[in-house]
Write a protein that binds this ligand. Sequence first.
Ligand code: FES
Ligand code: MG
Length: 572
Amino acid sequence: MKNKEEGLRSRNWFGRTGKDGFIYRAWMKGQGIPADEFDGKPIIGICNTWSELTPCNAHFRELAESVKRGVIAAGGLPVEFPVMSLGETLMKPTAMLYRNLASMDVEESIRANPLDGVVLLCGCDKTTPALLMGACSVDLPTIVVSGGPMLTGKYQGRDIGTSDIWRFSEANRAGSMLQEELLMAEACMCRSRGHCAVMGTASTMASMVEALGLSLPENAAIPAADSRRKVLAELSGRRIVGLVKEDIRLSQILSPQAFENAIIVNAAIGGSTNFIIHLLAIAGRIGVPLALEDFEKIATGVPLIVNLQPSGQFFMEDLYYAGGIPAVMKILSPRLNKELLTVNGKTVEDNMKNTISYNSEVISSLEEPINPQSGIWVLKGNICSDGAVIKPSAATPRLMVHRGPAVVFENIEDYKARIDDPLLHVEEHSVLVLKNVGPKGYPGMPEVGNMSIPKKLLDRGVTDMVRISDGRMSGTAFGTVILHVSPEAAVGGTLAVIKDGDMILLDVPNRRLEVELTTAELNERKKALVFADMHQRGYTHLYQKHVQQAHLGADFDFLRGCSGSEVGRDSH
Ligand code: FES
Ligand code: MG
């Protein structure tokens, strides 16, 4: 147990005498904090991604108040601080461009300030990985509190969620849903505070956090509007003080075995393909070796047991009422590392042992799964020598082995200009190829990989096609979509030289993705490649210069690893 004599980190600020102590304390006292608050209480930072430009996190000031109550009750001093917030829906060209920037903000804010422990308030997609990446590079005692999912949307007597956006927009393009109906649906979908209610990236990230042992049990699924979300926040505030006293840091929770648990849980819940990119980046920060291939190896044989959109039918609210992630982990327990310590001081086993699935339609058994195929599979071949990914539970089974001619879009503008052109030379068996939407190419690797079905095929009732890109897709999306092709087109990957009519071979059972061209032909074409100019100033310049490829988590090369929490010098 730590006490003030043994030296909390914050004592290097507030425990000082003379000029330095005066300066460190005086301005804090200016906020109306009594003198004895600085007598050795653990100082708990509440890292808040509240922003009205991040609607999924717009309730976080209130959530922070609950955390504060818990910190105070346990004898700590809470201090809330803002970091860059990343709103998935509003930020252009993509929130992903700024994940690494936000992670730098978080890392430096935590290290530079007199904090003994941190509560990370995360919600919308990129806020969770950004905050965790930054926190891992400092490695203080840390707990995550997620904002929780929205209540299920209700439209014309049925349940809807973010995955319906893709269905509705296709219906609108096909003429079966009018603009007025779209407007009505749009008003019916986001019924409450919280993030997307399907198993999109935000829910995936919240589930990841819980599976890693970085939150209190049930963190992932309690709806944002449910009073128990606030209870969880307050209890997390209490617990972070204990975690500081016990000096349990992120690196003690984030063992390689914890990463294995997260990968197994992600497969079982049908988590987003973005899980791979973010977990790779987090592993890189905390120093756990993890490769793209591990995602499939570790989850081999894990079926889909959670029936949530986009792979299934239901919503996060249903998952919570059915028992949440603890019930999922209980069913997966033969596969999990159960002895691991989690942030509440208990083991994985302790946290799940008293739970059951209350609804087998939502959380099934291993014996009768929702889908025997699950997880995220890694493809290799001459198109993707460093890998590409596909989410089989969201794909069409008959397209998993497919040979067809490429219809190539050189970039996003080319795609947007021609996808609905009645003269576009495309058939149902064509393979849509989109280039230059990777980390360096776009830049920022946006969620555009689930290209729309060309209008003329949509009119014929085609609902899925093989689509390939170096981009990502929303965790809420679905289809036979091959993503994260690495190396990307913008760095001279094979994708860059694929032309209209080249035959593409997809063989998911054998994990192959090939273009039927010889190495000599590919090399010849690559010689003629001309690369687009990179940005010359600002953050985008830094990003394009230092971002790593998708199979390495798209983190900056210079951000891998941890610099610890020590700061040697004072401010004055
Ligand atoms: Fe924020 Fe979906 S837009 S979670
Ligand atoms: Mg998204």
